[in-house]
Ligand binder design. Structure first.
Ligand code: ZN
Length: 432
């Protein structure tokens, strides 16, 4: 990776384009970590780790379920606390069900899918889609092996119903996930062919497939747009924009008195309550094991946790040009206006005066603009990672993100200048 923030927007869009599912996010991060000299640790093996010495060692990562990852760096001297940034690897999509093929009208083979997360349904119609995820296959010696797969061609389409057959289509329509959202796979000749296509793409035999976690994804490529190229559009900006930009900040950061951790959790879009989600023990287990493996006491662990800080990084809503009334009357994030600090009195966002003040100092040091987001007082907003992970590891946390439009559409828009801001403040955070 280039150690410069100049072309970060293009690098990020390439990363997102190559990461159609949470499994690909983790795989692509692992490749960059390996290149940067990070050693993989496994949860089911003893950890033999050491602080950095010179420019060697001290750099590690560990994954869970191949869909969450924690990368970390142990400073040269004894550390004070854990400085962590958390983001999420998953985005709303449609998951392929078991035995997915269905015949329709003697003319089509379509696929049975179900919703993963809370997406905008309409935006999935009438655009080329493909399939990616992981396969569990019978490997050598009778063991089960995991294979990443991306069919990587225009394979599926969910056709809209013609206006002539639903004259009320533009007056609001309630989409039924079982009836309206099933994509066409082919004509009758495609029968029994879906797993042939997937097996071919994965380089495995169809009869060896024992399990699958396969998702639809939008084939429209990321792009830069606007009068002055001020905007970007891509699938999965929520939350891969935060994943990628904070990761560059993590890799580029210099020395610190704290353990630097970059955490990417799966399943944020479905409540984080899985073994690899932000509500799991993954983070707590990891920092406990770092403490133990370095021969430190429990007392030192608790002291370090008390000295710790977390940025919960998940994208935020920009004001919408056609719906300005949906934003708070005062706190109105704009695209390319810098990092958004999110506040909520009921603590759906973890930000409080203490964590916000610290984060603002970091922005000033990084020369990065910041802005504030609050929901309208009569509108309930979403929640995110920070308030969930603090049930396992309770530390000062601030909820941040970059401003975007069309959140949870399969093609979202954001700013072309903002990625640089997030990477810059992440770097300062890890050196703070
Ligand atoms: Zn998100």
């Amino acid at each position: 990776m280039e150690n410069s923030f100049k072309d970060i927007t293009n690098r990020m869009l390439t990363f997102i384009d190559q990461s159609p599912t949470c499994f690909h996010v983790i795989d692509n991060l692992k490749k960059e970590l390996a290149e940067a000299g990070y050693t993989e640790l496994h949860e089911n093996e003893e950890w033999d780790i050491a602080p950095m010495s010179g420019n060697e060692g001290g750099r590690y990562f560990v994954t869970r379920n191949d869909s969450s990852i924690i990368s970390f760096r142990i400073p040269r001297k004894d550390f004070k606390g854990f400085y962590m940034i958390a983001s999420h690897s998953d985005s709303p999509s449609f998951k392929i069900k078991e035995n997915p093929e269905m015949e329709a009208g003697g003319a089509y083979i379509k696929l049975n899918v179900e919703k993963y997360g809370g997406m905008l349904c309409a935006e999935w119609f009438d655009r080329p889609l493909s399939v990616a995820g992981r396969l569990l296959v019978k490997g050598e010696n009778g063991k089960v092996e995991t294979k990443l797969v991306n069919v990587n061609r225009n394979l599926l389409m969910i056709p809209a119903l013609a206006i002539h057959m639903n004259r009320e289509a533009n007056d609001g329509y309630k989409y039924n996930a079982q009836n309206d959202m099933l994509p066409i796979f082919g004509d009758n000749t495609a029968k029994d062919g879906f797993f042939d296509v997937v097996a071919y793409a994965a380089g495995v035999k169809k009869e060896d497939i024992l399990g699958h976690d396969l998702f639809l994804y939008n084939r429209v490529e990321p792009t830069v747009w606007g009068a002055n190229n001020e905007y970007i559009a891509s699938s999965r900006l929520d939350d891969q924009e935060c994943v990628y930009t904070t990761f560059e900040g993590f890799l580029n950061a210099g020395d610190s008195e704290n353990v630097a951790l970059h955490c990417v959790f799966d399943n944020e879009e479905v409540g984080s309550g899985t073994k690899q989600g932000a509500a799991s023990t993954f983070l707590k287990d990891t920092i406990t094991r770092i403490n133990m493996a370095l021969g430190r006491t429990d007392e030192q662990y608790y002291t370090a946790v008390a000295n710790s800080f977390m940025l919960s990084a998940d994208n935020a809503h920009a004001i919408h040009p056609n719906h300005l009334e949906k934003a708070d009357p005062v706190n109105r994030p704009v695209i390319n206006g810098g990092v958004v600090i999110k506040y909520n009195a009921n603590q759906k966002y973890t930000t409080d005066a203490v964590s916000a003040a610290t984060f603002k100092l970091m922005c000033e040091k990084a020369e990065v603009p910041y802005q504030c987001f609050t929901n309208r007082s009569d509108m309930a907003g979403g929640s995110t990672l920070g308030n969930i992970s603090t049930t396992q590891v309770a530390v000062n946390t601030v909820d941040i993100g970059l401003a975007q439009l069309a959140m949870h559409s399969p093609y979202e828009s954001a700013g072309s200048k903002d990625p640089e801001y997030m990477a810059a403040v992440a770097k300062v955070f890890y050196e703070f």
